[in-house]
Structure formats: structure tokens, C-alpha cells
Ligand binder design. Structure first.
Ligand code: URA
Length: 194
């Protein structure tokens, strides 16, 4: 895909998400949140859904959980613009409730298209909702920090940063898991070359 095609596909998809009315979440959202970053590092991160701050700004992970994520990413010299960060659902569920099955069903084609366009080598799932989208039968505690191959990509499940904010034990595990990302990216690049 040429760079021009990449940009026009992303812009088209972003505007479809911004004007989406497929499920009831559009009635209560302020702004939908397509995602942010270039994804040029080959890394995509997928969270659950926008919260209060994300709904106000139209950007993912800009609240307290996002600040923790930024801090942990800076420890491994990865900046937001190098990766693509998005969520399973693109509009905020009222009062931050869990997304409903029909909301997941209507929204997931957007994520599928984003994966096709960005073509990430590594997808980091943040929390259990994101994990169960990719690997429905796995629990986060049993697979976090493991590299799982799926459709030619590496799925790398980690705890959600919000869990890290609630409990320092989780934030230490999250830190340890995120610190393995640079070597994961390098080895996925080497495998691609072979
Ligand atoms: N939590 C998420 O899962 N996604 C966000 O964008 C913010 C908080």
C-alpha cells in the first residue's frame, strides 16, 4: 500500500467512526475515539473503550490510566506517535460500564479494518476485554506476558493500566511485561526478514 493510500484509508475510516450511529453509544457520547498514532513501529495497543476524558478529547488513553501508560512507555523509549493506540469500542459506555455484546459486534469491524490498514506485527491487548476479542477462551492472569501467534501476528496480553493504578502489584507486573516489548518488536522484525 502506498503512503497516500494508507493516509486516505485511515482518514476515511476515522470519519466513519466519528459519525457512526450503529449502536446506542452514539446517543450518549460526546466524541468518538478512533485511535491515535502512526503505528510506524509495528506496534498496536488495544484497550477496552473510552472513559470520561477520552470522550471529551476524542483521543485514547488521555486520563490517569493513559498517564501511567505514557510513563511506562517512556521507560522503554517508545512514544505515542510511534505506535497506534485504539480501543475495542470507539464510544464511551455510560458510566464506564462494560461494553455490551451488541456494541462489541457493531464496533469490531472498525478494529478489523484498522488492523488491516496498520498491519501491526505486535498487538498488545490492554486488559481482559481486549484479550477476549482476540483470544476468547483465555483468562488474563493465565496468559499475560506471553507471546501468542495469531494470523501471522504476535498477540501480547498485559494487564490494563487502570488495574495498575488500583494495585501496585499489577503495575509492577505491567511494567515488567511492557519492558519486553522492544525485544519482541526486534524479533518479530527478524522473523519477517527470514
Ligand atoms: N481505558 C481504556 O480502555 N481505553 C481508553 O482509551 C482509556 C481508558
Amino acid at each position: 500500500m502506498s503512503f497516500k493510500d494508507f493516509i486516505s484509508k485511515i482518514n476515511y475510516l476515522d470519519s466513519s467512526i466519528k459519525t457512526c450511529t450503529l449502536c446506542d453509544l452514539h446517543k450518549t457520547r460526546n466524541l468518538s475515539v478512533p485511535g491515535s498514532g502512526t503505528g510506524f513501529s509495528g506496534l498496536m495497543m488495544v484497550g477496552e473503550g473510552p472513559g470520561f476524558n477520552e470522550d471529551k478529547e476524542g483521543l485514547p488513553f488521555v486520563g490517569r490510566a493513559g498517564k501511567l501508560l505514557d510513563k511506562l512507555l517512556s521507560e522503554i523509549s517508545i512514544t505515542r506517535k510511534d505506535i497506534f493506540i485504539t480501543n475495542i469500542v470507539k464510544c464511551r459506555p455510560p458510566n464506564n460500564r462494560d461494553p455490551l455484546p451488541n456494541e462489541l459486534e457493531f464496533c469490531s469491524p472498525y478494529l478489523e479494518k484498522q488492523i488491516k490498514i496498520f498491519n501491526p506485527r505486535v498487538i498488545v491487548t490492554l486488559g481482559r476485554f481486549s484479550l477476549s476479542y482476540f483470544l476468547p477462551n483465555k483468562t488474563i492472569s493465565s496468559v499475560r506476558g506471553q507471546q501468542i501467534e495469531l494470523d501471522g501476528r504476535i498477540i501480547y496480553p498485559v494487564y490494563h493500566p487502570a488495574a495498575g493504578l488500583r494495585n501496585s502489584k499489577f503495575s509492577e507486573i505491567l511494567r515488567k511485561d511492557l519492558h519486553l516489548i522492544p525485544s519482541l518488536l526486534v524479533s518479530s522484525l527478524e522473523n519477517k526478514k527470514c
